[in-house]
Ligand binder design. Structure first.
Ligand code: PHE
Length: 343
């Protein structure tokens, strides 16, 4: 009995001094498992006189349940401590200053393109795209520029083979759109990259961006084109802009016009940007040539249309005062960072 008492004290103390749940588990195995000091004492029972066995057994059970009770209690305490330690360790200090994430910029050409798209979408246009690797057929034939026609020289072309080329203008998107929608009315803008065999310098690039507009319906007139372009000029370059048409030549429009916008820097008085003329040449336009309509499947006696093509780089350069087209393509982050869209 004395040994039992001693064992009990030793066990309770050992349990009490456990600092972790895994230490506690070791003690549980030791004192309540199949092999251990208590089991050893139990083996002594057979050597006792029979009348002492019941009270000895009862004592052993009492000790076992005291140990089990203390283990449970200790377990609860250790679990709480460990939980508190974890909460402490995983605590997020919400008073810390946050990181300023680096946010990329929208490229200035994308900005201007989106701005143009938005204003035309507001007028009821839809946006149409087409392939950059294009058939000669849609780029030239359908634009009323047949094989061998001198107008092809105006647009020095990258050919892939005799029939396939890199489109030289977004008019290629137009001719596809006309074919797709004929004989029904159409109102689209066609933005995209175009390619020409130009030597790169401050104002020329072998790859640049155009956006073309096309409206075909009954009774479309040159005055509709003028009103539309005046609206665009005011939105892009500020209120009060005037536009003027000068006669020009494009194979796919008749009549064709070169469109000037009154200078947004000097308001028409004359300055270096407009080279003293008060006007800036911004785009080409005209009434869709009857041949172009007929080839696509329209009856040109019933339907008419206008088309215009604007250089997105040119608009961006005028709008932001950029003096070299190559800035758009050399990806100098200091340049790109200057353009932000505030919505
Ligand atoms: N496609 C012409 C060019 O690239 C621009 C243009 C478009 C002119 C539509 C008239 C009508 O120069």
């Amino acid at each position: 009995m004395e040994k039992l008492q001693h064992l009990k004290e030793e066990a309770l103390q050992a349990i009490e001094s456990c600092e972790t749940l895994s230490q506690l588990q070791e003690k549980r195995v030791l004192y309540l498992g199949k092999k251990g000091p208590i089991q050893d004492v139990m083996k002594m029972m057979k050597d006792l006189p029979p009348e002492q066995r019941p009270s000895f057994g009862a004592s052993v059970n009492e000790i076992k349940s005291a140990i089990a009770a203390l283990i449970e209690e200790k377990k609860a305490r250790l679990e709480e401590i460990e939980m508190n330690q974890r909460l402490e360790k995983e605590k997020i200090d919400i008073t810390l200053e946050g990181y300023q994430p680096t946010i990329g910029n929208v490229h200035p050409l994308t900005l201007v393109q989106q701005e143009l798209e938005d204003l035309f979408i507001g007028l009821g246009y839809t946006v149409a795209e087409g392939p950059e690797v294009e058939l000669d057929f849609y780029n030239f034939e359908r634009a009323n520029i047949p094989q061998g026609h001198p107008a092809r020289d105006m647009q020095d072309t990258f050919y892939i083979n005799k029939e396939v080329l890199l489109r030289t203008h977004t008019t290629a998107i137009q001719t596809r759109q006309l074919e797709k929608h004929a004989p029904n009315p159409i109102k689209v803008i066609c933005p995209g990259k175009v390619y020409r065999r130009d030597d790169d310098d401050a104002t020329h690039s072998h790859q640049f961006t155009q956006m073309e507009g096309l409206v075909v319906a009954k009774d479309i007139k040159l005055s509709d084109l003028k009103g539309t372009l005046e609206f665009m000029a005011n939105k892009m370059f500020g209120e009060g802009r005037k536009i003027r048409f000068r006669p020009s030549y494009f194979q796919f429009t008749e009549p064709s016009v070169e469109v000037d916008v009154s200078c947004h820097i000097c308001n028409g008085k004359g300055c270096p940007v407009c080279k003293g003329t008060g006007w800036i040449e911004v785009l080409g336009a005209g009434m869709v040539h009857p041949n172009v309509l007929e080839m696509a499947g329209y009856d040109s006696t019933q339907m008419s249309g206008f088309a215009f093509g604007v250089g997105v780089e040119r608009v961006a350069m005028l709008k932001y005062g950029i003096d070299d087209i190559r800035h758009f393509y050399t990806n100098d982050v200091r340049f790109l960072k200057m353009f932000k869209r505030f919505d």
